[in-house]
Design a protein. Sequence first.
Length: 268
Amino acid sequence: MKKHNFTDEQQWAKLKNGIIRLAKMEVLARFEQVSAEIKADGSLLTEADTQMQIQTQAFLEHNWPEYAFLGEESTFEEQEKAMTSVNGCWILDPVDGTSNFAIGIPVYSVSLALMIKGEIVAGLVYDPSRHEMFAARKALGAELNNKPLLAQTPKTALSQCSSIVDFKRLQPALATRLAVQAPYSSQRSFGSVALDWCWIAAGRGQVYLHGAQNIWDYAAGWLILEEAGGLSCTLEEEKVVVARVEKRSAVAATTPALFQEWLSFLKA
């Protein structure tokens, strides 16, 4: 696999600092001051989504022009073309959690990943409201605000765990089973897929389930959890990451023991 730029600490810092600067300027500055329009797929679009994508693409192309660009707000044709780039492509969600952002709930993020030859090699998720930068590079570990991030929890049984579950996108039978026979102690749904992955990596929840997320939602968060030592797969027990623009389910947990217990419950 082609070596990427971000094993170099200066380049890595430049990328993170650039995204922080743009997120503060284009996203945080618009919080509670935006109106949203409805896209063809029913999701919301704000000025922050549009401007963050435009400015981030310009920043990336100026500094690392060798990589193609795939953004959530790009056309499907543009996304497909970027995914097939020989050198690799950036994958950006300019505002992950637009529904929260648009109504004044401070749970949203900017998610950026670099994919080369079908592998996510670098990823970052920035939470402007909390000034938290989650980041990871393949085989170099995960970090939170430049300090090592390890997926760990004192909880040893699924019944002790807090879960992050998006019920809306689950098959009705599984959603009903979870609601009626919940195997965990409590359940949350925050509305930002990228932050869901990062918060599992940070132990803020211990198990995770989502029925259908796009690659710009999960790419960076998946690598952050992976490099922190957490585990994940789809409901079909496949690897979550694929080099295609398609929706994927996701099952994840903080520790190997919890992952196996959680997956066993879901597959029973």
